[in-house]
Ligand binder design. Sequence first.
Ligand code: ZN
Ligand code: ZN
Length: 457
Amino acid sequence: MSDSTFLGKWTRKFAKHLLSAPNFVVFSYLDFLDSVFCVIYKHLDLLFEGKASACYCTSKKGDMSNGSSNGELGDDHGGETGMSETLQYGKRKKLKELIVLLQFVENLLNRNKGFEAKYSLKNPKKGDFYRNGHRWSDCGCDSCISWMKMDDPKLHVVVSKASSQDNSNPSSTENVIFIHGMLSSSSFWTKTVFPKLSELNKSEEYNMFSVDLLGYGNSPKPRDNLYTIKDHVEWIEKSVISEFQLNSFHLVAHSMGCIIGLALATKHSKSLKSITLVAPPYFPSKDGVEFTAMNWLTPKRLWPPVAFISSIMAWYEHLGRCVCLLVCRNHRTWEALLRRLTGSRDLSFIVLDLTKHTHHSGWHTTHNVLYGGVKDMDKNLEILMKLRKKVHVIVGSRDKTVPPDCGHNMKNKFPDVELLSIPNAGHRSVVFSRENEFAQNLFHIWNNAAAHHMHQA
Ligand SMILES: [Zn+2]
Ligand SMILES: [Zn+2]
């Protein structure tokens, strides 16, 4: 090795370490701060609700699945609980001494009150939790808790029926289910491509259903649900497929919604006509893939601020709860403030949707679906490929949230996947900046699927 290359390499290494030093210091401090808030929240929960909250700082893996009916969960997750390993990250990261201290505090609180603070998959008596009310740290406004007053709450679904419903021949109409991604809602589709699709709908007949996922938008946000893929799929089944008696449908999903979409598609492969995955977070499955996904999608970064906030939300259970307490619980105040500042009466749905979740629903969906769910994607894709189902993937070449490589990797592994790469499009702009083209893409896919279906028959 010549001196100059050695020096160059050394300088690069030095610069890298110099840059990562503040990262290391800040995130180590946050690790500590998260433990402090663990104790604070246990006290506050005890004070306000008479019961300390469960968390993943000290719980063992067995605790989480404690009392679960494993047989029931076996089908989709190979005997697993559907809980992501990444939830345990906080515990791994904490100092042994700190864990001992946390356990000491927990025991101290437990001794006084005699309760067990752990997450459990065990369902209480059916229907009980709907009436439990909201957590003190969640918003209790009318719109946030309206679902609690219903006997059998379902997901919020926006339906757009085919324009000229031909009742004499119902088989001529087709159904499409739309699933949104992280921190979003049905508006992601209804406020963007739905109007364009309706214009095009004059010649074709499609009933369109856009859901708010469990824990998001105007859908229920139960406290005793762990928001696994299985939960999300079951709620879509009962709120859309059974509710509207769909025996055949197309699926369109964005980002994290793709993971749920694939699970739903595989479970209902007989009814599936086509599935379109927009910006899917795909990572080839292997051991520890959930941590790969976590590091790729939400790396620990100080800059830009959005990346910093997402790393707090993803890596720190209790600090994330602080952010939700500040933002989601007070969403009405923030909305009023924003209206005043911008002088506009209508705030964008993109802004409004950011706060429409609870910390419990957001935290668990992020881990159990976004990180933990990536390992199911290969299995589900294999099944769909074997059945010769049409799987379409649309990615934006400039997507910084979910790298377009994800789509390319999927195409490499499953050559039958149809990949459409949109130049200069980002994570959301792949839909938002080209609504007309996107609607046409979809019509093209659905028409081809119909032809493909007839061919197969
Ligand atoms: Zn904790
Ligand atoms: Zn509210």
